[in-house]
Every structure is written in C-alpha cells, then in structure tokens.
Design a protein around this ligand. Structure first.
Ligand code: BG6
Length: 490
C-alpha cells in the first residue's frame, strides 16, 4: 500500500510537537507503510533538505527514548518532502496536484493543521484542483469553528466536495489508550453493565485538569477559552463514552450513532441552570511546581483585560431512561493543582446499613486516564476484628477500612503503548473512522455549548482562582449543593 500525507501547516506547532513525533514512532514501530511520502506544506521558502533539517532540529525537544538516533532519522527523513504554498493561490494547488501525480499513491491524506479560519478555503481549493477523488481523505483538527454556525459552515463546505467517509475530524482524546480502555471496560465485560445506570450510580465526575498554563499559545487560547478548547470536544466525548448505550457492533457508525444519542439527550440549558450549573474561572498568579507563576492576563499574547475562561465546571444530566436524574459533572482547566484526567463513577450507598456508617463515599470506580492509566475500585473491607467488652458482654465490632483494587494498565501492558496521534494517523491511512467524530455529533456538541457561550458574553466575567489550586470555590459549592464533593475533597 502506498500513501501520500500532505501536511498543511507543516512547520507549525502541531506538526512538530505531535504529528512528526507520532509519524516517527509509527515508522519506528514498523506500522507506517514504507511506501509513503510525507509532504510538509507551508509558506516558508525551504528545500526538502532544509525541511528535513528543521524537523530534525525540533526532534531535540522530544523526550529521550522517543528521539530518533541520527541513523533512524536519516531513514525516516527519506519520506519527508516539502512544498511551499500560499494557501490562497489556486496555482499553488496545481503545483501540489503535480507533485501527487508523480507517483499516484493509493491513498492521499490531506491533514489540515492550519488556523481554523483557513479550513474552508483549503478544502474548496483542494476540490478545485481536482484533488478530492475517492482515494483522498481529509483530516481536520479541532477546533472546527468557534460556534454552531461556523462549524456548520465548515461541515457544509467539506460535505460539498467530499463524502462523510472521507472526512476524519480528529479529537485526540479518542486515540488515547486510556480512552479505548474505557470502551473495552464497558463493552468487553459483562460485569459493569447491569449496575451502569441510575438505580446504582449516584453521580459521575469527569475531570481533565492540567497543571500547565497556556504556554506559548496565549494569543490562540485567548480567542478560544476552555469551553471551546476542551469541553465542546474532549470532555463531551468522554461523557459520551461513559453514558452511551452499547453499540450493536464496533463499526464507526454504530459507535457514532450511540454517542450522538447521548449528546441529543443532554439537558438543555435554562436561565436557572446557566446561573447555578455553569462555573467559569481564570487563573491569577500562584504556585506551580513549587515556583511562583504569573496569572493568565500576564501571559504573552493574552489581552490584559481578557474575559476568557481558563477553567470550566458544569453540571448536566442525560435525560433518558438509563440516566434520568443522575448528575454528570464536568471540570477542566489550566494551572490546576495537578495534571490529572479521571472519571469517577460514584455508586449509591447500601440500601440498609448494618455497619456503623462510614464517612465519605464508599463505593466508587475511578477510571484514570492520565498521567496514569488504570482502574481503581474503591470499597470497604474488614480491617481487623476487635473483640470489645461492653458491660461484661463480648461483641464483635467490625473495623471497616477503605481499600482499593488498583489495576495499573501502564504496568500491565507497558507505558510505551501506541500514542494517541500515532494511532489516529495510522487509522486515517488505513481508512478506519471509529475514533473520529461525525459532523452531526460535532454539531450537536456545539448546539449544547452555545447557550453557555452566549450567556458568558454578557455576565460578570470569569471568577479568579490562584494558579495551583482546583479552580474557583464556586465549583465546589456547585457540587456541594447536590450533597456531593469532587473526588479530591471526599
Ligand atoms: C488540546 C488543547 O486539544 O488538548 C490543549 O488544545 C490541551 O489546550 C491539550 O493542553 C490536552 O491534551 P493532553 O493530551 O495533553 O491531555
């Protein structure tokens, strides 16, 4: 099998931080078809060799074992090519067409890793140059638009020139081994399904916390914010994986149909829920890794009066028979207390207590996504049997202690499993759509977040929180009103 992968934005941040390292890993693992070309496209005036040197220099930032040796890079580099293009010029697409015609590969992947504002233009020009034939697949990076209307416009433009099966909308969370484990846990085992419902589950918490700030992406982030950057896509995809019905098979559309139903069943926002169940925050100066760090508004590229949120906490419900009444809490943010992505499934208490009531939550299943990847089942066990004498009678007062079954997938399967981008890039080359987002799913997710975007335009702005904490206290207050607490507070 032969492929050509055209990387629009070939000198950009995503290309060198994620895509090139992932392509190199796939090459090293022998999973990248050898008969392939990777063509970086950008405006800079570079030869193939200069492009290879640029990519090689950037590999120096890649962690130890993942960095290629000079010999390995030389072999990998023979796949790398470069084409200078001005994406607004039709003639430049004709040059691309000539390059692709040189060898007529069996699959042509167009990876659009440019600013989202260019997506429509690039897709239309690709078609105008006759490059939208059946062997073409297009990969679109998030964010796809900045609201429902712009998302629809992009999807409509793409839909005019390509079939849906040629479109790979990427959400790299779906490529993470830990997220695939979530599907495997639910749909590969009979154990959890009977209790995976409102009768047994009190609440579900999805946390995607980052300890880093906005780093060098201040200007982009300030136009985007946590809701568009993380909630509309990654967090809602996790919510779908937790809440969806078992699909009838593992085909892409069977999975996507079920995810779509979850998104459609999310409770619509009301003025009351917007004020009580949607908290946003923005970090101020604080401490990270034991050092003083600056606040968001002082980050390079950020407006000093910015109202952009760097933290979001939401409460929602999936209004269907399985989940009615069960709160789903979503929380994500930058500069939080630790890098920690997890889903906590909190079970209801025993219907009748014969032990002295233990404090806190007794049974919960924690699905750790990162940094560690695994499952923890929290329960009570008898720690010791204390024989106590009370009034001369002997009674057995059981001492129950919280224990946990801890399954560490990194230890079990090795921490060096196929990374998210590596997995997804190979899926595109092989034409597997299971881990990509369909246009209707994406539009539904935008539809659900849009009332938040609108209401935040005119409210008092995000609440401040100090860097290195778990966000504004209103986030804890929100969940406490339901009688629950975030995992780290239990
Ligand atoms: C990206 C966001 O989609 O996901 C970033 O744009 C965020 O802001 C990143 O840092 C988080 O991904 P991961 O894989 O590091 O959890």
């Amino acid at each position: 099998m032969s492929f050509d992968l055209v990387l629009f934005g070939g000198t950009g941040d995503l290309a060198w931080r994620k895509l090139m390292p992932a392509l190199f890993q796939a090459f090293r693992h022998g999973s990248l078809p050898q008969d392939g070309r990777i063509v970086g496209v950008a405006r800079d005036d570079l030869s193939d060799d200069q492009y290879r040197e640029l990519i090689q220099s950037r590999f120096s930032a890649v962690e130890g074992a993942k960095r290629p040796s000079p010999e390995e890079f030389k072999k990998f580099a023979s796949m790398l090519h470069y084409l200078r293009m001005d994406l607004s010029k039709p003639d430049d697409y004709a040059k691309l067409a000539d390059l692709l015609k040189q060898r007529d590969a069996s699959t042509v992947v167009m990876y659009v890793a440019t600013a989202p504002a260019l997506f429509t233009q690039v897709v239309e020009q690709i078609a105008a140059a006759g490059l939208n034939g059946p062997k073409t697949r297009i990969v679109l990076e998030k964010p796809l638009g900045h609201d429902l209307a712009s998302n629809r416009a992009i999807n409509a433009a793409v839909g005019k020139v390509l079939e849906e099966k040629q479109v790979f909308r990427i959400d790299h969370y779906l490529g993470k081994p830990s997220v695939q484990n979530l599907f495997a846990m639910r749909f590969g085992n009979a154990l959890f399904e009977p209790i995976w419902r409102r009768e047994h589950i009190a609440n579900i918490q999805i946390t995607i916390a980052e300890d880093l700030g906005v780093e060098k992406r201040g200007a982009f982030y300030d136009q985007t914010g946590a809701l568009r950057d993380m909630v509309q896509n990654h967090a809602l995809q996790l919510l779908c994986a937790i809440g969806m019905e078992p699909p009838i098979n593992s085909h892409a559309d069977a999975i996507r149909d079920e995810k779509l139903k979850v998104l459609r069943a999310l409770k619509p926002w009301t003025p009351e829920s917007l004020s009580l169940h949607a908290i946003r925050g923005q970090y101020t100066a604080g401490t990270a890794y034991g050092e003083r760090v600056q606040g968001y508004r002082d980050e390079p590229g950020v407006d000093p009066d910015s109202r952009t949120e760097t933290f979001v906490a939401l409460r929602t419900e999936i209004a269907n028979w399985r989940w009615a009444g069960v709160p789903f809490y979503i929380r994500t943010g930058k500069r939080l207390a630790s890098r920690d992505a997890r889903i906590e499934v909190n079970f209801r208490p025993t219907p009748h207590a014969i032990y002295r009531a233990p404090t806190g939550n007794v049974n919960k299943l924690v699905i750790n996504l990162q940094p560690k990847d695994g499952l923890e089942l929290h329960m009570l066990a008898q720690a010791q049997d204390n024989r106590q004498r009370t009034n001369g009678n002997q009674s057995a007062a059981a001492q129950l202690a919280p224990v946990q079954l801890d399954l560490d997938f990194d230890k079990r399967f090795g921490a060096e499993r196929v990374g998210a981008y590596e997995r997804l890039l190979l899926d595109v080359i092989d034409g597997r759509l299971n881990l990509f987002v369909r246009s209707d799913e994406q539009e539904e997710a935008w539809r659900w977040v849009e009332p938040l975007i609108d209401s935040w335009e005119s409210d008092g702005g995000p609440r401040p929180y100090a860097a290195g904490t778990w966000g504004p206290s209103a986030s804890s207050a929100m969940i406490a009103r339901d009688g629950f607490a975030w995992g780290e507070e239990q």
